[in-house]
Design a protein around this ligand. Sequence first.
Ligand code: HEM
Length: 188
Amino acid sequence: RLVLHPQVQQKVHEEIDTVVGRSRLLTEYDLTEMVYLTAVIKEVLRLHPPGPLLSWARLSVSDTLVDGYHIPKGTTAMVNMWAIMRDPHVWVRPLEFNPERFFNNCNNMDISIWGSDLRIAPFGSGRRTCPGQNLAMTTVTYWVASLLQKFQFGRWGESSIDLSEMLRLSCEMANPLMVRIHSRKVCS
Ligand code: HEM
């Protein structure tokens, strides 16, 4: 996504340069100030959730009614979070990659991804929610920020970016990503 949307990558680079600069390496403590990068990662999780069907099926233990639909006892159900996170009734221009959608007028994060807001729950919701969600967000933000502090990622020749996906244990890129990497000259 950062290669496909170089203006977004540039804004992340600007944020890293403002928060950390280039004279020292980024640390985990810098991450709380990376509000734009956090919005970028949220937007990637919205469009490319690694667990699109929330992974674990639910079994109804009694007859119940969900949104007018009768669900008999013993039914196995899966939550299609992938579809919810691309639903035009829920999101404005859902197929557009737009991290800005996660800012409200005060520039604060508006929409929680921790399971309290069912418009976007890439880690699930309820008692079987992902116990690794904080570790996951911190690690992913740290990796991406560390790589972007040192490098700029661009297209490999004339090749286009293939966003095809394949559902294995998690949802992955179907084909390997080929990119050209430029150094940004950071003191280590
Ligand atoms: C970006 C990274 C990750 C994503 C998107 C993710 C997403 C998910 C999702 C969607 C579920 C199912 C939740 C549900 O059914 O409601 C789940 C479950 C789970 N995740 Fe993650 N996860 C990530 C990273 C991690 C990490 C780093 C760990 C462990 C250190 C972890 C451990 C687990 C476990 C143990 C469960 C099963 C929980 C249960 O069934 O009670 N996950 N995860």
